[in-house]
Design a protein around this ligand. Structure first.
Ligand code: WT7
Length: 635
């Protein structure tokens, strides 16, 4: 990938202006200079924002794994592609060269084909952070099957909902997974999920924990013997630029998760370009992103972005607190990591612990450190900058979303002066704008507005699987003709953006994007619950935690409230996953609602925060008296 040839900040502005003035020329050059195509495009971009129809590199033919792997073999076949660092530091780490990765992905691709998977079929991947996860994902891409990676912390019913939404034909999982001192029964969860998944014909099971699992005759097979038998010769499918590459589910403001669809060529160009430039990746650097491949951060910046650049990428199975709070720093030192990319919630959790954990290690290999997933508060930013980056590594606070495919707003290291809590400036090619309440574009600086992007970029998701209408309504209708992110932002006097948080019903807890609706649905399914409302409230480590206001049915009123609260949380863990558990539950007799029946969440938010100063205009409330009751009952 050609490096961003900008030597100073003024030049950045010039380049940026050029990219905006002629985006087609800008992306055309990047796409033609850095990838292997079976056939180039007729048109760089074709779009109609009002209809949410977007195509990039129209009619081009390509295979992303050819670009991630095969293309590098001649010059760097023996270079390390993947370093696998296990959960337990006593277990040896592993590494795979590009040659080895090529062999493994080709074999896996042939396994998929032999099991009847064809181009366009959906494959659900539910694996811990082990090499098989990367290999299976790439193998799908190699044969044109659409991967749907589901984070291995989701519950059986959440897995089932995702499998059914895109009618996956196959599930790839493992006997179990390790996370810190826990062992997770992944195969058991899959078995439970599949009771309700008629589309799944085959299940392939990788071995990780050697736990005893049940193998269903005719459906389940161990992966390793199939791989062993498979040929390592696989030609790679010729894909159209706009063929779907993957589906990745994200929460929305209704109960059903949105299957964001990313397509092949645009995603490839965008992740490769942003990886190179945002992390200033140089040949022989070791890059480590601590996310899980089950999230977009892992898709784009553990797998695709790094491999497209022929980089060395670390896959870490564990957690920052196991065996102790120095694990991240130990791994950085062990593998001489040069770029480190993590989430504010992890930084805050580690900053709370003794400085000795981090100061034990020189961390002198680090060059650039990144943050992603939620706003990074000033204290965490400084701690990260001072103690991890040693004040010499630029902190790249990268703003983006599952929907955007790659980073949109971020400093460019060694070029953009950083400013704590600011994601700073849109990358070249990204036309960020702020919109006011009247839906007009805000021209001034030092203002807050709704963050939109007014011109497509190659990495934008193209649709929601099976529901283009919802895609159009969610992202292109609030501000017609523009992509609406759902985030609010402040623009300072020099044009730097600071993300202020979601303006919709999504709450970011420990960097996980949680919709209020699916959690409320889960709570409401509890037999004792009549209705519920969830809001976020500030939390030192998680950024936000969840506060639930719950109305009980008569039967519930008679029950022991502490037990009930525990049951409700267990219910949420079973339906969605432990990440969505509530920190606080308050039982109430009603919820503040407008005449049209909409819950006035801003009031609940203030109560949850303990701020009773001013509830604003409550005249549209049907039941204003409830506000006092809830306030007085606050725990
Ligand atoms: C939401 C998207 C894409 C990476 C992982 C999350 C929030 C993301 C930042 C940042 C402030 C951020 C936004 C966004 N967010 N990065 N640097 N500063 N907020 O992906 O789960 O799709 O969540 O995460 O609110 O809308 P996601």
């Amino acid at each position: 990938m050609s490096r961003y040839k900008i030597s100073n900040f003024e030049e950045y502005f010039k380049e940026y202006k050029k990219s905006i003035k002629d985006p087609k020329k800008f992306w055309d050059k990047i796409a033609s200079e850095n990838f292997t195509w079976y056939q180039e495009w007729d048109k760089v971009v074709d779009f109609n924002m009002a209809e949410a129809e977007i195509k990039w590199f129209v009619d081009a033919k390509v295979n992303i794994t050819k670009n991630c792997i095969d293309r590098h073999l001649a010059k760097k076949g023996d270079k390390t592609a993947i370093i696998f660092e296990p959960n337990n530091p006593d277990e040896a780490s592993q590494s795979f060269t590009y040659n080895e990765l090529h062999q493994k992905v080709s074999k896996m691709a042939n396994v998929l084909l032999s099991q009847g998977i064809q181009k366009g079929d959906r494959v659900c991947i539910y694996l811990p952070m082990i090499p098989e996860l990367a290999i299976a994902t790439l193998a799908c891409a190699r044969i044109g099957a659409i991967h749907s990676v589901v984070f291995a912390g989701f519950s059986a019913s959440a897995v089932a909902a995702r499998i059914n939404d895109s009618e996956c034909k196959m599930v790839i999982t493992s006997d179990g997974g390790y996370r810190g001192n826990k062992t997770i029964d992944l195969k058991g969860i899959v078995d439970e999920a599949l009771v309700n998944c008629p589309s799944v014909e085959k299940v392939l099971v990788a071995k990780r924990t050697n736990t005893d699992v049940q193998m269903k005759e005719g459906r389940d097979q161990w992966l390793a013997p199939l791989v062993e038998k498979a040929s390592d010769n696989n030609a790679a499918e010729i894909m159209d630029a706009e063929d779907p590459l993957f589906i990745l589910y994200t929460s929305g403001s209704t109960g059903k998760p949105k299957g964001m669809v990313h397509t092949t060529a645009g995603y490839m160009v965008y992740t490769a370009y942003t990886f190179q430039n945002v992390f200033n990746y140089e040949e022989n650097d070791v890059f480590w992103c601590t996310a899980d491949i089950g999230w977009i951060t892992g898709h784009s910046y553990i797998l695709y972005g790094p491999l497209l650049n022929g980089a060395t990428t670390v896959i870490f199975e564990g957690v920052p607190s196991y065996p102790d709070f120095s694990r991240f720093w130990e791994v950085i030192e062990k593998h001489k990591v040069n770029q480190f990319y993590t989430a504010p919630t992890a930084i805050r959790a580690l900053a709370k612990e003794s400085l000795d954990y981090v100061q034990k290690y020189p961390l002198s290999s680090l060059k650039v450190i990144g943050s992603v997933g939620e706003p990074i508060n000033e204290e965490a930013w400084h701690w990260y900058n001072d103690h991890v980056g040693g004040k010499r590594c630029p902190v790249v606070d990268t703003w983006w979303q599952t929907e955007t495919g790659g980073i949109l707003i971020s400093p460019i290291p060694f070029i953009t002066p950083t400013k704590p809590t600011y994601a700073t400036l849109p990358l070249p090619g990204i036309q960020a704008v702020l919109m006011d309440e009247k839906r007009n574009e805000i021209e001034d600086n030092q203002v807050v507005g709704s963050l939109c992007i007014k011109f497509p970029w190659p990495g934008i998701a193209r649709t929601i699987w099976g529901d283009h209408k919802r895609y159009k309504e969610t992202y292109f209708s609030t501000f017609p003709g523009k992509y609406f992110s759902g985030d609010g932002a402040l623009r300072d006097e020099v044009g730097y953006y600071r993300i202020t948080g979601r303006v919709d019903d999504v709450i970011i807890v420990s960097g996980h994007n949680l919709g209020t609706a699916p959690i409320e649905d889960a709570i409401n399914e509890h037999p004792a619950v009549a209705e519920s409302a969830i809001v976020g409230f500030p939390h030192d480590i998680k950024g936000n935690a969840l506060y639930g206001f719950v109305i009980l049915k008569e039967t519930g009123e008679k029950r022991d409230k502490a037990n009930l609260a525990k049951e409700i949380n267990q219910h949420i863990a079973d339906h969605i996953g432990p990440i969505a558990k509530l920190d606080k539950i308050q039982f109430v007799s009603g919820l503040p609602k407008t005449r049209s029946g909409k819950i006035m969440r801003r009031i609940l938010r203030k109560i949850a925060e303990g701020d009773f100063s001013n509830f604003g205009d409550t005249t549209t409330l049907l039941n204003p008296e409830i506000v006092d009751e809830i306030k007085n009952g606050k725990i």
